[in-house]
Design a protein around this ligand. Structure first.
Ligand SMILES: C[S@@+](CC[C@H](N)C(=O)[O-])C[C@H]1O[C@@H](n2cnc3c(N)ncnc32)[C@H](O)[C@@H]1O
Length: 347
């Protein structure tokens, strides 16, 4: 039974180990037999062979262990490489995810921008264009120009604003109108003033635009009614701040201005470019005057309106029917003298 178990175990071993076991058994048996028979030499020889077999066995086991250690090191190195590769793959996937998120955000923003533009375009088509067309029709119904009217481009007053401007001048019949910023509005104003005998002085800081407006006045036969003055921008000091505004020297011969249109200088010349209009022209305004401020919804113009309304006695807001301008009414008789906003610019 024991022998069968042993044989079964031996069968599980490899052929080399089985050979070694068998050789060991033979050598041990041989050694015992030789010793028993008194053959010492043979016994010693067999013992030496047994020893050699044992040393070979130990060597083999050592070699196996060395191989195992090398395998373990290799496995450890492989695991490090695997970890690094895994980390690199995760980082690449994360980068890709963030990139995709960025692209998605950019795309969503672009779509929203296009949507806003399309909405504005649609709104313009549905409301602004018909409104401006109606205003243009009304303008030309009230007045027949003697020459082609210059187009109201980006910089000019909109037809709706022009329509109310023409209405205010036609009904108010001012004697002297001062316009800050010349253009198409100069021609329209001049036509209306011609009807009741008023006069228009228009300032322009840009000699090219001043010349264009002069040429248009000439073509329409309005040079007797309106004059365009070159007014280069100059530093204007007010309340400790310097503004870039029309050189006040060009206003020296003007008094009792009863209508002021503020449509220049353009915002591009500097911040709060239109604020000096009232402080500088204030002393030259008539006791009763109407002031129209274009682009009244813009931040700088809003701030200027607030300051004027709180600083200038007798100044109040008038009614606005159409457009994006503001109307101010000056009534000095009711409120006393206009505060001496810019004594230095006059004196
Ligand atoms: C708002 S614009 C004045 C427009 C004028 N009141 C009108 O309604 O026709 C103010 C100034 O901008 C300048 N300007 C006018 N048209 C321009 C244009 N198309 N490009 C650049 N500047 C312009 C002129 O110097 C003008 O005095």
């Amino acid at each position: 039974m024991v022998l069968r178990k042993l044989a079964g175990r031996l069968r599980q071993l490899g052929p080399l180990t089985t050979g070694a076991v068998v050789a060991t058994a033979v050598l041990v048996a041989g050694t015992v037999l030789a010793a028993a028979l008194g053959s010492t030499r043979i016994a010693v020889c067999l013992l030496a062979l047994l020893l050699a077999l044992a040393v070979a066995g130990v060597l083999r086991v050592n070699l196996r262990l060395l191989g195992l250690r090398a395998d373990r090191r290799e496995i450890r190195d492989l695991r490090v490489v695997l970890d690094q590769t895994q980390r690199r793959v995760v980082a690449a996937v994360e980068r890709q995810r963030l990139d995709t998120e960025d692209r998605h955000r950019e795309l969503t923003d672009a779509v929203a921008r296009v949507q806003r533009i399309a909405d504005r375009g649609l709104r313009d088509l549905r409301f602004t264009v018909p409104r401006e067309v109606e205003a243009t029709v009304q303008l030309f119904q009230g007045l027949t120009p003697r020459a082609p009217m210059p187009s109201s481009g980006d910089y000019a007053l909109n037809p709706t604003d022009l329509l109310e401007l023409v209405f205010l001048v036609r009904t108010g019949k001012p004697r002297l109108v001062l316009e800050l910023g010349s253009g198409t509005s100069t021609i329209w104003l001049a036509y209306v003033l011609e009807q009741h005998g008023g006069r228009l002085i228009s300032l322009d800081h840009d000699p090219d635009y001043a010349n264009r407006t002069r040429a248009a006045l000439h073509a329409h036969g309005l040079t007797g009614v309106a004059e365009v003055r070159d007014a280069p921008l100059a530093p204007v000091d007010l309340d400790g701040r310097t503004y870039s505004w029309y050189d006040p020297a060009v206003l020296e011969d003007l008094d009792d201005i009863d209508f002021l249109l503020i449509d220049g200088p353009p915002a591009a010349v500097g911040p709060d470019s239109r604020y000096p209009a009232l402080p500088v022209t204030g002393p030259r305004l008539a006791d009763r005057a109407t002031i129209v401020v274009d682009d009244a919804g813009r931040k700088d113009e809003q701030a200027a309106l607030q300051r004027w309304l709180s600083d200038v006695d007798g100044l109040s807001r008038g009614d606005e029917l159409l457009g994006r301008h503001a109307v101010l009414l000056l009534n000095r008789a009711a409120a006393g003298e206009l505060a001496s906003l810019s004594g230095e610019t006059r004196g």
